[in-house]
Write a protein that binds this ligand. Structure first.
Ligand code: AGP
Length: 610
């Protein structure tokens, strides 16, 4: 959604928060701004467009001051303009506020504020907050109390930062729904939406939970709840370094993250495979085998690519653990009246661990007595902290908005969970060992599949002018067809659809002609022959076909116009290899179309509002 960073300490704040903001640009990038407090004066600079536009607006001499607040936006209410950019100030220029989230009762509050004589300068929902704080703060309340008093009047989700000329070295931050942390420095402190903004200065952070408010000064910080009760919070240590969030010489984060997958697959498997037992060791699951044996149903839930990974998990768990599994769009699950109980295991998949719909779906499941697990990449994220247990992907920060290494990490984590549940039920030690060995070979097989990048790049040249595309697969690779289509859609803006290959004849085949490229995911698995006949159906209607095939499969080469090979592996693990050429294809087509691959239009890396 949006990115927030704030600083208070002995150093000049503007430069520090600007640098931090650049690391958060992947969260939202349609307008940005910052505010600096210096000896009773407040200076605010904001600009529509990327952070570079803000830098230009700041010029060579950014405002001086030791307390600063900055924001990069992903607009929900009010177009991306200078006026709608954050920070927003109160009528007299005493206060500045940045907000990540949505104030649901903003319209009512705005009308009342205007009635009471306030001048609102933007179309945003966020601005009402700073005027509510103004009323209490200028009425004599200290900033902390004014902020919690104002928050008591709002409905919706927020992560906010506030500064005041009346308390020049104070930052107040509060969260309900949107992520926020306090970063502890030596005689200085930061607030930020995520740790990447502060890693250059400290590794010690305190994550705020919903309903918490922090007052931060150079020498200290306090965390309280909205009823002003002190909270004692653990300090977490960030274990990844700045290099992992740098592009490392690649043209784009997305390409770096695609080519990192052999290593990220090693990371998600490290220390978790127990070949002798044909089983796994999942230290973070935090449940006993008896608890897992009591489970009689699994619900997998998530959004976007995480939902696609969940679909693959359904196939795995049903086939090898013999458990009934449902896959739910989190945004639907949270508002339906789902049937879950204490024997249901609800697993939320989320790279960011902050996606509002997935978080709400897990909270709903928990409310109904279900046991909840998270398959999450961002350590210390809200979902990771709220579920009963889980599996971290250890894929390192994923900066490219289009998920790649997290997607394959999620599938590998689901295979680990499947082994765990399967060995407790239906899977023999020999079957378990076969899956363990298959997983252990994956990083090397992924390396081999990625060596096909030049082949994919040449195919991308053929597809760059297309306006539509169809992706088809069956079984484990039907969800890969969905994922391949999503990758092309979200970064190259080409309309694409993924479909179970057999569904074609029930309608979509009408779309087929020589202008419609069709991508078949056709490894030599249990449904291979079925896919071949689907490919022939499409070929006879003149489609241009790209086929992802198993190494050495010359049979399909005869039929397909283009083909990319992937190494052989177990059926349930083929998606981890077959998606790689599809990630590369989307990447190369988008680059050729001059799209902003890492920050595609209208998208944000983690969607913390519903
Ligand atoms: C995928 O490329 C997209 N960025 C998006 O669909 C994403 O998967 C979705 O927003 C879920 O995000 P999460 O995994 O962080 O919860």
């Amino acid at each position: 959604m949006c990115g927030i960073v704030g600083y208070t300490g002995p150093r000049q704040g503007a430069g520090l928060v600007l640098d931090g903001l650049k690391r958060l640009e992947y969260r939202g990038y349609d307008s940005a701004g910052l505010a600096v407090v210096d000896s009773g004066r407040l200076e605010v600079v904001k600009a529509a467009g990327k952070i570079a536009a803000l830098e230009r607006a700041l010029g060579a001499h950014p405002p001086a001051g030791h307390t600063a607040l900055a924001h990069t936006r992903w607009a929900t209410h009010g177009a991306p303009t200078d006026a709608n950019a954050h920070p927003h100030t109160d009528c007299g220029g005493t206060l500045a506020l940045v907000h990540n989230g949505i104030i649901e009762n903003a319209t009512v509050l705005r009308a009342a504020l205007v009635q009471r004589g306030h001048q609102l300068r933007s179309e945003t929902d966020s601005e009402v907050l700073v005027h509510l704080i103004e009323e209490l703060h200028l009425g004599g309340a200290p900033l902390l109390d004014a902020v919690s008093g104002a928050l008591a009047q709002v409905e919706g989700a927020y992560g906010i930062g506030v500064v005041s000329t009346r308390e020049p070295d104070t930052l107040v931050a509060a969260r309900r729904g949107s992520p926020l942390l306090v970063a502890i420095g030596d005689g200085e402190h930061f607030i930020a939406s995520d740790a990447s903004a502060v890693l250059a200065h400290t590794r010690s952070v305190v994550y705020l939970d919903d309903g918490e408010i922090a007052v931060v000064r150079p020498g200290d910080y306090r965390i309280l709840d909205l009823a002003a009760v002190e909270r004692v919070k653990a300090v977490s240590r960030i274990d990844w370094d700045l290099a992992t969030i740098e592009r490392g010489g690649y043209a784009h984060f997305m390409l770096k993250e695609i080519l990192e997958q052999p290593e990220t697959l090693r990371n998600v498997l490290r220390g978790r495979l127990v070949e002798d037992d044909g089983d796994v060791h999942l230290g973070g699951l935090n449940v006993t085998d008896a608890d897992l044996l009591a489970v009689d149903r699994i619900v997998l839930t998530g959004c976007g690519s995480s939902w696609h990974a969940a679909l693959i998990g359904e196939y795995m768990l049903e086939e090898l653990a013999r458990l009934p599994v449902e896959v739910e769009y989190a945004s639907e699950f949270r508002y339906r009246n789902p049937i879950v109980d204490e024997r249901t295991l609800v697993v939320g998949l989320s790279q960011s661990g902050e996606t509002a719909d997935t978080l709400a779906a897990l909270r709903e499941a928990k409310r109904r007595g279900a046991r909840t697990l998270g398959i999450v990449n961002v350590v210390g994220s809200t979902i990771a902290r709220e579920v009963d247990g889980g599996i971290y992907l250890h894929a390192g920060p994923e900066i490219g908005v289009a998920s790649t290494k997290a997607f394959t990490g999620q599938i590998a984590a689901l295979a680990l969970l499947t082994l765990k549940m399967g060995r407790l039920r239906a899977l023999s030690i020999l079957q378990g060992r076969e899956v363990v060995r298959g997983l252990a070979h994956l990083p090397a097989l992924a390396q081999r599949a990625l060596a096909q990048a030049p082949v994919v790049e040449r195919i991308a040249d053929q597809l760059v002018a297309t306006t539509n595309a169809l992706y088809l697969g069956r079984g484990y690779n039907f969800p890969v067809a969905l994922e391949g289509a999503l990758k092309l859609k979200e970064i190259s803006y080409i309309h694409a659809e993924g479909y179970p290959a057999a569904e074609m004849k029930h309608g979509p085949i009408a779309l087929i002609d020589d202008k419609m490229p069709v991508v078949f995911i056709a490894p030599r698995d249990a449904v291979y022959q079925k896919v071949v006949s689907n490919l022939e159906e499409v070929k006879t209607r003149g489609a241009r076909v790209l086929a992802v095939v198993t190494e050495g499969d010359t049979g399909l080469a005869r039929l397909a116009d283009y083909q990319v090979e992937i190494p052989e592996t177990l059926d349930l693990l083929t998606p981890i290899l077959s998606v790689l050429p599809l990630q590369l294809l989307a990447y190369y087509v988008a680059v050729r179309r001059g799209c902003n691959v890492d920050q595609p239009r209208n998208l944000a890396k983690s969607v913390t509002v519903e």
